[in-house]
Design a protein around this ligand. Structure first.
Ligand code: PLP
Length: 256
């Protein structure tokens, strides 16, 4: 049987903790095949992003077209999108492959605080990409920036779901690690996880979004996909190690 293809459009993190490498490892560990088009290169270590270099729009557009003509995606996952043209290209791919669930991880900044997207990207994500998405997976800080509100996770998720996508807002203000999922119909599900010491973990958001995209590509319904992906991420974080001087990196290769 052929593995489902998960198209990833995301940035490269040379530390191997986040970005496209995190995505490839998560997709592979869960039995999918990752096809990858890089949006931006970063100068980065396990502490922070120090500089970025956006991939040329014409080249990005062309590479996505070449790939999808050969290997149509079963699911699509985005991480850092570094230009409005890249966002428009992903919208076009979703339009051409409407049955492929689109999972948007709206990466705006690294855990160390380094910016990975400016306000024009945030605006295009909200106005253009999120209405085409099946699921968006911001953490609470990203959700607040995207909704321009100083609200809690559930309120932010409701705001994002008004765009027509399901919204999973991860993390919260309490000690308990809770993620809240709100669908466009207004259905709410809370996912409770054990809070692991030693965080923040570099690449945990990328790992979660890619794991969900892979489970959706396997045909799992949304809530089951989130639940099984969260269990996988928890196992990756529980065995995280610290090969650098900054944040711990999830160990994604052994599936649970
Ligand atoms: N994508 C890239 C290329 C990154 O460099 C980073 C963070 O440093 C992220 C995504 C976000 O990582 P996380 O999953 O920790 O939010």
């Amino acid at each position: 049987m052929t593995r489902p293809t998960v198209l990833i459009c995301a940035g490269h993190d040379p530390s191997g903790g986040a970005g496209i490498q995190a995505d490839i490892e998560a997709v592979a560990a869960l039995g999918g095949h990752a096809t990858t088009v890089i949006t931006t290169l970063t100068d980065q270590d396990t502490s922070d992003v120090h500089a970025t270099l956006t991939v040329d729009d014409t080249f990005f557009t062309r590479a996505v077209g070449t790939l999808c003509a050969d290997m149509p995606p079963t699911a699509i996952k985005t991480g850092v999108l570094a230009s409005v043209a890249q966002i428009e290209r992903v919208c076009a791919i979703k339009h051409a492959h409407p049955d492929a669930p689109l999972v948007v991880d709206p990466v705006l900044a690294a855990a160390g605080g380094g910016r990975l997207a400016d306000d024009s990207i945030g605006y295009a994500l909200v106005r253009r990409l999120m209405p085409a998405a099946d699921l968006v997976t911001p953490n609470l800080l990203e959700a607040r920036r995207l909704t321009d509100a100083d609200a809690g996770a559930e309120t932010c998720a409701h705001e994002l779901a008004k765009l027509g996508t399901s919204a999973l807002v991860t993390g919260g203000d309490t000690d308990d690690a809770v993620s809240v999922l709100v669908t466009p119909a207004g259905d709410v599900t809370h996912f409770h996880h054990e809070q692991l010491a030693g965080g923040p973990f570099h690449g945990s958001g990328c790992t979660l979004a890619s794991a969900i995209a892979t489970q959706l590509a396997h045909g799992q319904p949304l809530n089951a996909a989130v639940e099984s992906a969260a269990a996988y991420v928890h196992a990756c974080l529980a065995r995280a190690d610290c090969p650098g001087h900054g944040q711990p990196l999830p160990e994604r290769i052994q599936s649970c």
